[in-house]
Design a protein around this ligand. Structure first.
Ligand code: 5AD
Ligand code: SF4
Length: 428
């Protein structure tokens, strides 16, 4: 989401005559687009701001701005601790950038605008995208779910959805610019609703745009996964056979305290339904360990769900208390050591499941979108299957951005290794 927002900010700046620069030491303006989701994300911003302080010392006219979620949640802290910061803008205030930049130099220090809007979706602004494979398209902003651990509803405000016509126009533009994959984005992407136009309607409309090889979306909430959505995914080949399904925890007590709106058994039934409608689907998840009050028994329920579902991959996190959220006030916080132990256990288990799931693909032929050179060697490409698994294969005569068929020979770690069908046919 921050990549997409940064592209939006870049397009606003380009309209003002600015050009993007790769050199912090000579830039006139430096903006950092921030995330507050966990303490670790905020720590990274603080260390970055430390660097900018030195730059400002050498070039006092450099304008430094903090944008996004931390601007929203930590403006007081930033104003007090970081004298180098000139501009603080929350995620709904980017339209004010030209105004602030043009007044910047004569104004008293630190211009702040962190008002949240009920309406801002930046509908008429098209992001500035570099040439690439995947175009991120933001379709809705904000979140009304209020999971008790999560700061997003406070930093990004209420849910609002963009007009489908402007989304489709943006998707067509991306295709014309040569993008092969579209990822529809939202904090709660599948609760998209514009008048009586639902997420599955939008997904179908995007799938019908000629020239889009692949469509992905993130991040959904299990509560809003509908049969209509899954059927639409099954119907269109260019909608990837992949669902991100954040579990967070397996125990009903913890799920309830998290305000996740589903139980363990509802989640498991949803997985069954997804696999029934979308055979061979890739399913990933998010897991939080050490939520307040999580006993060993509660944690074992998370492990149990993992063992039953065998997710293809998982993003695993230690619970990180966020100021202002309900869960940060619970008085049964978990010891750091326990969180760390549980995290290790979840990571190790997921590693086994990922390998187990990937081994099932050995001996099959997968359609892969060629995305980049493999880090492993300059003779190999890396690309993803539509179920979102990375495959490494020798380059042959295919090029980046092409769709190609790869025979899967081996699963190792979290990646697959294969060979181009073309090459195999030539050898035969
Ligand atoms: N602590 C740890 N993980 C969190 N997430 C959101 N808030 C927190 C928090 N306070 C995780 C959730 C969510 C993902 C984007 O980040 O798992 O799905
Ligand atoms: Fe945060 Fe996602 Fe829950 Fe919204 S649905 S509060 S963004 S975890």
């Amino acid at each position: 989401m921050n990549v997409a927002d940064s592209e939006l900010v870049e397009s606003i700046l380009v309209d003002q005559g600015y050009k993007s620069s790769n050199d912090l030491n000579t830039a006139d303006v430096i903006f950092i687009n921030t995330c507050s989701i966990r303490e670790h994300a905020e720590d990274k911003v603080h260390s970055q701001l430390g660097r900018y302080e030195l730059i400002k010392k050498n070039r006092p006219n450099t304008i430094i701005g903090v944008l996004g979620c931390m601007a929203q949640s930590l403006k007081q802290d930033i104003l007090e601790r970081r004298s180098c910061v000139d501009i603080i803008l929350g995620p709904d205030s980017y339209r004010r950038l030209p105004d602030l930049l043009n007044r910047g130099k004569n104004q008293p220090k630190s211009l702040v605008d962190t008002k949240l809007s009920r309406f801002e979706v930046y509908d008429d602004l098209f992001p500035s995208r570099k040439d690439g494979i995947n175009a991120w398209i933001s379709i809705m902003r904000g979140c009304d779910k209020f999971c008790t651990f999560c700061i997003v509803p406070f930093t990004r405000g209420r849910e609002r959805s963009r007009n489908p016509l402007s989304i489709i126009e943006e998707a067509k533009k991306a295709v014309d610019q040569g993008f092969k994959e579209i990822t529809l984005l939202g904090q709660n992407v599948n609760s998209y609703l514009h008048e009586d136009y639902y997420f599955h309607n939008l997904l179908e409309a995007v799938a019908k745009i000629p020239g889009i090889n692949r469509i992905r979306y993130t991040s959904p909430h299990p509560q809003d996964i509908t049969v209509e959505l899954l059927s639409t995914m099954a119907e269109y080949d260019n909608i990837c056979n992949y669902v991100h399904l954040p579990l967070q925890a397996g125990s009903n007590k913890i799920l309830n305290r998290m305000n996740r709106t589903y139980t363990k058994s509802k989640f498991l039934s949803l997985v069954d339904l997804i696999r029934e409608i979308l055979p061979d689907v890739g399913i990933s998840t998010d897991i939080i360990v050490g939520f307040p009050g999580e006993t060993d028994e509660d944690f074992s329920q998370t492990i149990d769900v993992m063992n039953r579902v065998k997710f293809d991959s998982a993003f695993n996190f230690k619970y990180s208390p966020r100021r202002g959220t309900k869960a940060s006030e619970y008085d049964d916080q978990i010891l750091e050591r326990t969180k760390q132990e549980r995290l290790q256990e979840v990571i190790a288990l997921q590693k086994r499941h990922t390998l187990e799931r990937n081994i099932k693909l050995v001996g099959t032929t997968q359609t892969v979108l060629v995305e980049k050179e493999s880090k492993m060697s300059s003779n190999h490409w890396a690309g993803r299957t539509d179920s979102n698994k990375w495959v490494i294969f020798s380059k042959g005569n295919v090029k980046i951005k092409e769709m190609t068929s790869v025979y899967i020979k081996k699963a190792k770690g979290i990646t697959l290794h294969g060979e181009l069908i073309q090459d195999l046919e030539e050898a035969a």
